[in-house]
Design a protein around this ligand. Structure first.
Ligand code: CA
Length: 244
């Protein structure tokens, strides 16, 4: 398989972790640029216009969150945060600052690569004409709003389609609850996470082989959800990392 040589900027002050990331990404045929500081990162990002950033939040010359806000002021490049900060509030703060997704240290290689692929897909995503989403035996065609199971058509409600659309637009990246609520119901329903959970359960009952152990519509506890439809590349290498 040939892959366009995407360029990834690694912003990480720890040389050992930078090296691990570089080896991992180069092995997947990505081109890699490295920056050990926030200041260097801004220069490299402007000079090289990479396709994706991997950002460590704890940098010697500033907080990664500030760096993300600064880059977001001029660029919509996909940003994956790599951080030892495990608290939900800190992940939400990173998403609020403009990050697209996060990986928690210590990270697994398949998980990191899956996040990178999702980020690159988000960066390249066409606004319309997407292929149907596959969830095992279930196929969802968002363009015409039809869903088929192994033997028969499955009825999804308009709200369920809107939830799937909002998740699918992020191509496998985490979508915070409040973003889903705003996109599906508008700005007035911002706090109704209980209502959202009801729709998520009913969707899982329709698309998941085992709704009690979801593998396609995955919960990120305290943060939101991500949609992981079948994908030849992801299915081969990233399956285990999605089952946390
Ligand atoms: Ca660090």
């Amino acid at each position: 398989m040939t892959r366009a040589p995407h360029q990834i900027l690694i912003i990480e002050d720890e040389p050992v972790i930078r090296e691990v990331l570089r080896v991992l990404l180069v092995r997947e045929a990505y081109r890699v640029i490295e920056a050990p500081t926030a200041a260097r990162a801004q220069i490299e990002a402007r000079n090289h216009k990479p396709d994706l950033l991997i950002v460590d939040l704890g940098l010697p010359d500033g907080d990664g969150l500030d760096l993300i806000r600064r880059i977001r002021a001029w660029s919509s490049i996909p940003i994956v945060v790599l951080s030892a900060r495990t608290l939900e509030e800190q992940k939400i703060a990173a998403l609020d600052a403009g990050a697209d997704d996060f990986v928690t240290k210590p990270f697994s290689a398949p998980e990191l690569l899956a996040r990178v692929r999702a980020g690159l897909r988000r960066g390249a995503r066409a606004p319309s004409g997407d292929a149907p989403l596959g969830f095992g035996a279930v196929q969802v065609d968002l363009a015409v709003r039809r869903t088929h199971g192994a033997h028969a058509e499955i009825h999804l409600t308009p709200v369920e389609y809107r939830v799937l659309e909002s998740l699918a637009r992020r191509g496998g990246m985490v979508v915070p609850q409040r973003v889903l609520l705003r996109e599906v119901w508008g700005p007035d329903r911002g706090q109704d996470t209980r209502g959202l959970r009801v729709f998520i359960s009913s969707l899982r009952a329709k698309i998941e082989p085992d709704p009690r152990r979801p593998r396609y519509l995955v919960t990120e506890t305290g943060i939101g959800y991500r949609l992981c439809p079948d994908d030849a590349a992801d299915a081969a290498t990233a399956g285990p990392s999605l089952e946390r």
